[in-house]
Design a protein around this ligand. Structure first.
Ligand SMILES: Nc1nc2c(ncn2[C@@H]2O[C@H](COP(=O)(O)O)[C@@H](O)[C@H]2O)c(=O)[nH]1
Ligand SMILES: [Mg+2]
Length: 529
C-alpha cells in the first residue's frame, strides 16, 4: 500500500510539503496564531505516549455547515417529535453568535459570560441584553453566590454546543413573545431539556453522522499536517493513541478523510491504512468515565471490516471457540491489539506499557471531558485545542496600540477619581473661608465633569475594543480586565493550549515547553514589562 503523504498547494498551484519541524524548512519562528502556549512546564522528553481525541481535535468541523446541520436536525425533532409549532422550521441559525465558555441559566432563560471569580459580566435574556440593575439584581449577591453548574446551569464548553445555545436563546425570545405557542407547561428549563434531548438524538440517530459520512469535505477542514505530525511523533519514539467517544464506523470514515482524503465512495475509498499511525485506537470510549481507573467498562476488540465487537480478556484477545485452530498472529498483532471499544484508562496503560500517568500527553478539545478529568483524576499531561485562539491572538496583535491607549485611559480614570475623592473630602471637612470654599467647590464640580467624561470615554473605548473580538460577547479569554471563566479553566487544567492540533508538528518532539513568568499585581508597577 502506498504511503499516505499528502501535500499542500502553494499559491502558484504547485504542491509543497507542509512545513513541519522535521522538514528542511522547519524549526523556524512560528507565527503567533500557530504557537503552542504553556501554562505548566512540560518536557516532551518525559512523554512516552501522545494521545488524541478525534472530534473537534483532529477533525475540525466547519461550524457553518456542521453546526447548521445540528441546528436544523434539532428543529425538525422539536417540531415533529416534541410538539413545537411548525414555524420553527423557518428559523435561521447564526453560527457566529454563540461562543465557548458561556453559561446558560436554564430556569431564567439567560445566557451569561463570567469572569474568573464567577461574577456575571455580560448577561442576555434570550437575545435581549439585561440592564446593569437587572444583572446585579439577579446575580450580584455575593452572599448567595451560585456555583453556576448543573443542574440549573449548562456550560457551553464544547463547540458541539453552539447550536443548542443559539436555539435556546431563540426559544426564550419566542416564548416571551408568544406564550401560547410553545407546548403547554413548557417553561424555560423544560425548553432547554427538549433542545438537549433533540440534539442528543441528532448525534445518535445518524442525522449528523450520515451526512458527514456522505461528504466529509463539506463538514470537516482538511489538514495535511496531521499525518506528518503523527509520523514525526512516532519516528521520535513516542507511542500514539486515539481515544474518541465516536464509534468505530464513524471514526473510520473521519480518520480516512483526515489521513488520506479518502471518502466512502471515492475512487480510492476508505480502508484501514490510517491505523498504522496509532499504537492503540479506542472508539466508543465513553469519556469522561473512561478516565476513572476503577471504571469496570468491558473492553472489546473491534472487528474492522464488520464493526463487530468481540470479547477480550482485559485487552488480551479471546479467540472464538470455533476459530481456535486457525487463529492468526498477524491479526492479533496488527488489528486486535490496536483497535478497541470501551474499557478504561487502566486497559490503555497496560496496552501501552505506561508506568506513570505523567508520561502521557493527551490532546483534546473538551475542557471538561478531555482535559479537566484526565488531568485531575489521572495526572495525564494535557493540551487543549482552541480554534478560536487563532483569530483572538491575531486581533490582539492588531489592536496592541488600541490596548495601550486603553491602559493609559484607565490610569487617567483612576487618577482623576482619586482627585475627585480628595476634593470632596476637603470640601466636607474644610475650615476654609467661604470664598476659598466657593473656589474649591467650583473646581471640584469641573473635576467631576472631567471624571465623568473620562469614565464614559474609557467605557466606550473598552466596549469597542471588546466588540472587535465579538460583537456580543467580546474577547473569549477576557471579561473587561479579568480573565474569563473559560480562560481560568484553560489556565488551570490545560498544561498547553494551541489553536490547531497540527501545530504540534511545528515544534521539536523533544521540546521543553516552559511557561512565561507569573506576575502578581504588586509586581506590575515595579518590573519593566
Ligand atoms: N449522544 C451525544 N453525542 C454527542 C453529543 N455531543 C457530541 N457528541 C458526540 O460525541 C463524540 C465526541 O467524540 P470525541 O472524539 O470528541 O471524543 C462525537 O461522536 C459526537 O457526535 C451529544 O450531545 N449527545
Ligand atoms: Mg472532541
Amino acid at each position: 500500500m502506498d504511503e499516505v503523504h499528502r501535500t499542500v498547494e502553494g499559491n502558484d498551484g504547485t504542491s509543497k510539503e507542509p512545513h513541519i519541524w522535521a522538514s528542511p524548512e522547519g524549526g523556524r519562528d512560528i507565527e503567533i496564531a500557530k504557537q503552542i502556549f504553556c501554562n505548566r512546564s512540560l518536557n516532551m522528553r518525559n512523554i512516552v505516549a501522545v494521545g488524541f481525541d478525534m472530534d473537534y481535535t483532529l477533525a475540525q468541523y466547519k461550524p457553518e455547515t456542521f453546526e447548521s446541520l445540528a441546528y436544523e436536525g434539532t428543529i425538525r425533532k422539536l417540531v415533529y417529535d416534541l410538539g413545537y409549532p411548525p414555524e420553527l422550521l423557518h428559523w435561521t441559525f447564526d453560527w457566529t453568535y454563540m461562543v465557548r465558555g458561556l453559561v446558560l441559566d436554564k430556569k431564567r432563560g439567560n445566557i451569561l459570560k463570567m469572569d474568573r471569580h464567577k461574577y456575571v459580566k455580560v448577561a442576555y435574556h434570550g437575545f435581549r441584553e439585561m440592564s446593569k440593575e437587572e444583572k446585579v439584581g439577579t446575580y450580584g449577591s455575593t452572599l448567595i453566590r451560585d456555583s453556576f453548574d448543573e443542574p440549573d446551569y449548562a456550560l457551553i464548553d464544547t463547540l458541539f454546543s453552539l447550536a443548542e445555545a443559539y436555539l435556546f436563546a431563540q426559544l426564550v425570545d419566542f416564548k416571551d413573545k408568544n406564550p401560547g405557542k410553545v407546548p403547554q407547561g413548557a417553561d424555560y428549563a423544560r425548553m432547554y431539556k427538549d433542545v438537549r434531548a433533540a440534539v442528543d438524538l441528532c448525534h445518535r440517530d445518524g442525522t449528523l453522522k450520515q451526512m458527514v459520512a456522505e461528504d466529509p469535505k463539506r463538514y470537516i477542514n482538511e489538514d495535511t499536517s496531521i499525518v506528518p505530525m503523527l509520523k514525526m511523533l512516532r519516528d521520535s519514539g513516542r507511542a500514539t493513541f486515539l481515544v474518541t467517544n465516536s464509534l468505530w464506523d464513524y471514526t473510520n470514515i473521519v480518520m480516512n478523510f483526515l489521513c488520506g482524503g479518502r471518502t466512502m465512495h471515492g475512487s480510492d475509498p476508505c480502508n484501514f491504512e490510517w491505523l498504522k499511525y496509532f499504537d492503540v485506537v479506542v472508539t466508543g470510549s465513553a469519556k469522561p468515565g473512561f478516565f476513572h481507573e476503577d471504571n469496570r467498562a468491558g473492553l472489546f476488540e473491534v472487528e474492522p471490516e464488520s464493526g463487530m465487537l468481540l470479547n477480550t480478556d482485559n485487552g488480551t484477545p479471546m479467540p472464538q471457540v470455533s476459530e481456535l485452530a486457525s487463529y492468526c498472529c498477524f491479526q492479533i498483532e496488527i488489528l486486535i491489539l490496536v483497535l478497541m471499544q470501551g474499557g478504561s484508562v487502566g486497559h490503555l496503560h497496560k496496552l501501552l506499557s505506561i508506568e506513570s500517568s505523567s508520561q502521557v500527553l493527551y490532546v483534546g478539545d473538551h475542557i471538561y471531558g478531555d482535559i479537566l478529568r484526565s488531568k485531575k483524576v489521572l495526572g495525564w499531561r494535557t493540551m487543549l485545542v482552541v480554534p478560536e485562539l487563532e483569530r483572538e491572538v491575531e486581533l490582539l496583535w492588531q489592536l496592541r496600540d488600541t490596548r495601550r491607549q486603553l491602559r493609559l485611559l484607565r490610569n487617567e480614570r483612576d487618577h482623576i477619581e482619586d482627585e475627585v475623592h480628595h476634593l470632596k473630602w476637603s470640601l466636607n471637612v474644610s475650615c476654609l473661608l467661604s470664598i476659598a470654599l466657593l473656589h474649591l467647590s467650583c473646581f471640584s464640580s469641573n473635576k467631576q465633569a472631567e471624571r465623568d467624561k473620562v469614565r464614559i470615554t474609557h467605557q466606550q473605548a473598552q466596549r469597542e475594543c471588546h466588540q472587535k473580538f465579538h460583537k456580543v460577547w467580546g474577547q473569549l479569554m477576557k471579561t473587561g480586565y479579568q480573565n474569563s471563566r473559560f480562560a481560568h479553566q484553560v489556565e488551570r487544567f490545560a498544561c498547553l493550549y494551541t489553536s490547531q492540533v497540527s501545530n504540534i508538528s511545528l515544534y521539536s518532539p523533544d521540546k521543553y515547553y516552559r511557561p512565561s513568568e507569573d506576575f502578581m499585581p504588586h509586581e506590575f508597577g515595579i518590573l519593566p514589562l
